[in-house]
Design a protein around this ligand. Structure first.
Ligand code: CP
Ligand code: NVA
Length: 308
């Protein structure tokens, strides 16, 4: 079953094909009204369930639009309104939904929920973010980097701040797409060592550098994300802010990167916290291209999963 659960568990050739296909599908519909169908409609007759157990703007709208542009239909479901939120098992939910729909995208909490859903579903499952990873985001980010600067292989990416779910998928992508990743943040918020080891085993240079200015030196791409993720307890908010404040991406920090370095953020951003508005709205920022590219990258992911 071609699920799309994580970047490190998907074949490299399939990942490359998805990025290239996303780019050509994007080019093919340049300038068209967003609500029009693509020339071919590979998802015609397909029904896709989009399940959200956490809030979402980009993932929700981009998946819904992507399916519609390809001629399919969607059903957007909130976890709390399903029996899933009232005691029905994930396995039973997976088996039931598989009788109705052709594909399930889920945004959830524990990674185990995603894996159980995939194990018991007889249709493909896509990871729309868990506490541990966010692979669709990083597929869009690779597409965005390559559109602006060419191949990402061999480039230096610097992750600033919390070694969270988005950082984890960047580490997976470093191994699979062959770029180097420097993490700069406090040691207590380091990314999962298992993911660091995996990327290193695949040949990516992964470094942990506590001094943000030194970390960003020579960077091709600087990335930030929120200091408090949706699954983090709000009671740790102040402690996290105090730990992460030195890692804010601002003009001074960006001045250490290469002059043509890009800035990315998966959004939603907290302006003047993890990144200043000057950087977000500045010439190096490609944050809204990233947001747009969620649509194009996920259309290719959907086609991969459905084999169309
Ligand atoms: N970047 C991202 O996944 O955004 P949403 O939470 O709005 O879906
Ligand atoms: N790390 C963030 C990403 C949001 C898209 C979170 O999990 O809340």
């Amino acid at each position: 079953m071609p699920h799309f659960l994580d970047i490190h568990t998907t074949e490299q050739t399939a990942l490359r094909h998805m990025i290239d296909q996303a780019r050509s599908m994007k080019d093919a519909r340049a300038g068209r009204p967003k609500g029009t169908h693509d020339d071919d409609q590979p998802l015609q007759g397909h029904m896709v369930a989009l399940i959200f157990e956490k809030p979402s703007t980009r993932t929700r709208v981009s998946f819904d639009m992507g399916v519609r542009q390809m001629g399919g239909q969607t059903m957007v479901l909130s976890g709390s309104e399903m029996q899933l939120g009232h005691g029905e098992t994930i396995a039973d939910t997976a088996r039931v939904l598989s009788r109705y729909v052709d594909l399930i995208m889920i945004r959830t909490f524990e990674e185990s929920i995603l894996h159980e859903l995939a194990e018991f579903a007889s249709v493909p499952v896509i990871n729309g973010l868990t506490n541990r990873t966010h692979p669709c985001q990083i597929m869009a980010d690779v597409l965005t980097y390559e559109e602006h600067r060419g191949p990402i292989a061999g480039k230096k990416v610097v992750w600033t701040g919390d070694g969270n779910n988005v950082c984890a998928s960047f580490l997976h992508a470093a191994g699979q797409f062959g770029f180097d990743l420097t993490f700069t943040g406090p040691e207590s918020l380091d990314p999962d060592p298992e993911f660091v080891a995996l990327a290193r085993a695949q040949g990516a240079r992964i470094e942990m550098v506590r001094d943000p200015a030194r970390a960003v030196d020579g960077a091709d791409l600087v990335v930030a994300d929120t200091w408090v993720s949706m699954h983090d307890s709000q009671s740790n908010r102040e402690r996290r802010h105090n730990l992460l404040r030195p890692y804010q991406v601002n003009d001074a920090l960006m001045s250490h990167a290469k002059p043509d370095a890009l800035f990315m953020h998966c959004l939603p951003a907290h302006r003047e916290e993890e990144v200043t508005s000057a950087v977000m709205d500045g010439p190096q920022s490609v944050i809204f291209d990233e947001a747009e590219n969620r649509l194009h990258a996920q259309k290719a992911i959907l086609r991969y999963c459905l084999g169309v």
